[in-house]
Write a protein of this length. Sequence first.
Length: 286
Amino acid sequence: MTGSAWLFVPADSEKKLGKIRNVPAAVFILDLEDSVALDNKSEARRLAADFLRDSGVDRDRLWVRVNPMTGPYFEDDLAAVVPAGPGGIVLPKTRSADDVRALSARLDALEHEHGLEPGSIRILPLVTELPEALFTLGGYVNCGPRLAGLTWGAEDLGAAIGATETRDANDEWTPPFRLARNLCLFAAHAAGVPAIDTVFTDFIDLAGLDDEADAARRDGFSGKLAIHPAQVETINVSFRHGEKELAYARRVVEAFEANPGAAVLELDGKMLDRPHLLQAQRILGL
């Protein structure tokens, strides 16, 4: 993958699909859910499948957000796009890890039916869009190898609980939604997968996006959802480690490699222990 931005693209717009080939997003999420009107669902499926087959974009970068498992469009979505071999499925309104396991079982059968490599289609669930989902976040530890990460959303959750706003006067998340964000972050790391931060909806305010993306990387997120191509480079830059940071991480790793039996080391007047080593390894891995 290139970059750290996961860009939503309405799958019912041939024009918007045609513009993304040179956008440096890590993943393009062809959206069949919220950005597509009910009357356009069928056309969106057709266009998404055609784009998966014919765009020339690496399949690992082409994912599809289907409609919720509990709704009437889910099975039709899978039947339309899985034969075209997407890199992954973004699952909205996920209630618990059981939904991920159920989708994984459906993908097992569909991959076999259509001659696709077993396990090749990954899953990214949106894990905070329903109030009950917040009480199940610890369960993603045992989801299996298809789980590619966890991400979260505020708008559907806000509607579900009757919140009049999700952000305060300073454009910061209000406490209920800050809680959802943080729980998603910790649940992802407990499951050993990346945490992907939610969208910043004001696609004109790139300075605000930059601040939010910087905070997400600082806190331990590995990427961020985007709703407009103009947001992609700002997100990529925010998640890109600077050369000074990379050089220091290399020195930390080298110090522990030179002293394999040491639990604590000194470097530049600072005491380092295993958490510092793990953080340095994570930075170099990203």
